[in-house]
Write a protein that binds this ligand. Structure first.
Ligand code: ZN
Length: 173
């Protein structure tokens, strides 16, 4: 079924697409390029630093990110694989565009290497021990159906309970 990129919008918890394991992209078609472009526009519109395809309703292994929020720093990651996680972990507050107003401390390895394909079909590899490392891990979690509410402390989850309930009733209604 062809996708109309102009119709894509951010989907919210508890949309079941957020829980699916996304599938590898086999060929980087014009459709994939147009979807990536649309996702970058959506990410900027809400001043996000990353957006994964399941968050626009597509169970594809693709995310876009721009941790610096700077012009020209947008990057598309297709079929990303994370490796070389540091043993050192760090906790930091995270939010998610699919979980408005929900925030929590998430423990993650400080440094990681990512390998992915770009829209030009070239495989690239990057290593970070700063915010990009956290963004890549958050977005790759989305491709595996994992959300921050799965990783936050019981305290943070309890603090978000009302917001989650509201999202659940909005989705059902
Ligand atoms: Zn997210």
């Amino acid at each position: 079924m062809p996708v109309d990129p102009a119709k894509l919008d951010i989907v919210f918890y508890p949309d079941p697409v957020l829980r699916r394991t996304a599938q590898e992209i086999e060929s980087i078609s014009e459709e994939v390029c147009a979807v990536a472009e649309r996702m970058i526009a959506l990410m900027h519109a809400v001043r996000g630093v990353g957006l994964a395809a399941p968050q626009v309703g597509l169970p594809w292994r693709l995310f876009v990110a721009n941790p610096s929020l700077e012009e020209g720093e947008d990057r598309v990651f297709i079929n990303p694989v994370l490796r070389e996680f540091s043993e050192v972990v760090e906790s930091a507050e995270e939010g998610c565009l699919s979980l408005p107003e929900v925030r929590g401390e998430i423990l993650r390895p400080v440094s990681v290497t990512i390998e992915a394909k770009g829209l030009d079909e070239e495989i690239f590899s990057m290593t970070s021990d700063a915010l990009p490392a956290r963004v890549w891990q958050h977005e790759t979690d989305h491709l595996n159906g994992v959300l921050i509410i799965d990783k936050m402390s019981p305290m943070d989850k309890l603090a978000s309970r009302r917001k989650l309930k509201n999202l659940e009733s909005q989705f059902a209604g």
